[in-house]
Design a protein around this ligand. Structure first.
Ligand code: GTP
Ligand code: MG
Length: 452
């Protein structure tokens, strides 16, 4: 409708769901189909993300996406490994992802990490669709590779079709139990009020054209305004992971959602103790798609434009925190950018009490999610921090007056050997889990037991 496509940034799509439900296979399918179609070069592999341009989406979707109907440049898919909590994906206190695909295995239905993802989608009000994956595992399924799902369903026996429907209605029922009304996507009129369910197979590719079409439609209809940004402005992003990289020291994997980052840019990154002010030494991108399996090999680039995933090498990143903001300092001046980063970090501050449990988590987002869950359970927190469980955490827990507070709740972090030993010596209880509500449940069961 006359808008210059160059002015709109690529929507960020998070792919989430329970372990093994098929998130990575789905993205592999999209990448693999592009290779088959001879469009491998058009798809770019980013750090933790894959950018698929509009014309490739159109080709992969059969006739479901007409490029003339769209002016968004494509989609940037972010894979979230099962162990990597979706709650990291935050920006400016909201969701980092503009939209999401919740992958649910049709045989397995809702599982703990599905529920966790649903909670966060609800809390951050992120629009999403459900990919009801692995339809090819329905007994007697007759695969129709890479085709739209309705045609594929028509090619099935009555038995297989009704078997699939039972599973899909099971998922729709579970959605309803969690406060979402949903239906098969082709019956959905307004995707904001009714969540679309897309039956698909990441293995055979059936239903994948539909998924791409639904994601494009959803972005185009509801996201256009948010996608109108000044991509040449100073970059803003979120740290996904802090990683040691051979030859580069400590690096940060970042999803850039606004503006541009250039080599030598002056940046501010949220740190454990204070904002880190440093200069970009190198911007690293994975090698092109053809070499995707050699993930350890990077290419340096001069500049990245949002939306993108990028690894940033810079001095002094040891204390950078996963989930923290990254901002480029350009014309606004360093002091005001530091202030902006501090203000963003302040949104994560957990309310602590004089007496309570100690919480350690892998990212700011997960820390906040646990704090919310504990607040709901009326469990006070004395200290909440990102990082591994260290001896000083045991020391803090050990000073609690009540034994139910002599406790550490650790989410997705390591327990340092010294800390483990001190916990045993002092009788501090340590709970570890990588599913938030299970962590809280384990703790509640423990309290019920000691107070019996
Ligand atoms: P995590 O990253 O560990 O959370 O798992 P994931 O969600 O990325 O799952 P992944 O893609 O690794 O798939 C897990 C297993 O399911 C693999 O063995 C896949 O081959 C298989 N799988 C994924 N999608 C399908 C599908 O549509 N059909 C069938 N039959 N198998 C599938
Ligand atoms: Mg995976």
């Amino acid at each position: 409708d006359g808008t210059d496509p160059g002015e709109l940034r690529t929507p960020i799509v998070a792919v989430l769901g329970h372990v093994d439900h098929g998130k990575t296979t789905l993205l592999d399918k999209i990448r693999g189909s592009a290779v088959t179609e001879g469009e491998a070069g058009a798809i770019t592999q980013h750090i933790g993300a894959t950018a698929v341009p509009l014309d490739v989406i159109s080709d992969l979707s059969g006739r479901l996406v007409d490029p003339d109907d769209f002016d968004l440049p494509g989609l940037l898919f972010i894979d979230t490994p099962g162990h990597h909590s979706f709650s990291t994906l935050r920006s400016r206190g909201g969701a980092l992802a503009d939209i999401a695909i919740l992958v649910v295995d049709v045989n397995d239905g809702f599982q703990p990490q599905t529920l966790e993802a649903i909670d966060i989608l609800k809390r951050t009000q992120t629009p999403f669709v459900v990919a009801a994956n692995k339809v090819d595992t329905v007994p007697g399924w007759n695969p129709q590779p890479d085709t739209p799902i309705q045609g594929s369903i028509e090619a099935q026996s009555d038995r297989a079709e009704s078997d699939l429907n039972d599973r899909l209605y099971e998922i729709i029922g579970q959605m309803s139990d969690h406060g979402f009304s949903s239906d098969m996507y082709w019956r959905v009129q307004d995707f904001r009020n009714n969540i679309g369910v897309v039956p698909c197979s990441a293995m055979t590719g059936e239903g994948v054209p539909d998924l791409l079409a639904v994601m494009m439609g959803l972005s185009q209809r509801y996201m256009k305004e948010e996608m109108s940004i000044d991509t040449s402005g100073p970059g803003a992003g979120t740290v996904l992971e802090v990683k040691e990289e051979q030859g580069f020291g400590t690096t940060i994997d970042v999803v850039l959602y606004d503006g541009t980052v250039r080599e030598d840019d002056h940046i501010v990154v949220g740190g454990m103790n204070e904002p880190i002010v440093t200069d970009v030494r190198a911007l690293l991108q994975p090698r092109p798609l053809a070499e995707i399996r050699t993930e350890s090999r990077f290419e340096t680039v001069d500049e990245v434009v949002a939306a993108a995933g990028i690894k940033i090498a810079a001095p002094g990143l040891d204390d950078a925190m996963a989930g923290a903001p990254v901002r480029v300092v350009r014309d606004r001046g360093e002091a005001s950018v530091i202030e902006a980063v501090e203000a963003e970090l302040a949104q994560f501050e957990v309310e602590t009490a004089e007496e309570g449990v100690v919480v350690k988590a892998d990212t700011l987002g997960s820390l906040e999610a646990i704090a919310d869950a504990l607040a709901d359970a009326e469990v006070p927190i004395v200290r909440a921090e990102v990082g591994d469980v260290a001896p000083r955490d045991i020391a803090v827990a050990d000073t609690a007056n009540e034994s139910r507070h002599e406790t550490i709740l650790a989410f997705n972090v390591d327990v340092l050997p010294d800390a483990e030993r001190r916990a045993e010596e002092t009788g501090v209880s340590l709970f570890e889990d990588d599913v938030i509500y299970q962590l809280v449940e384990e703790y509640e069961e423990y309290v019920a037991e000691i107070e019996r």
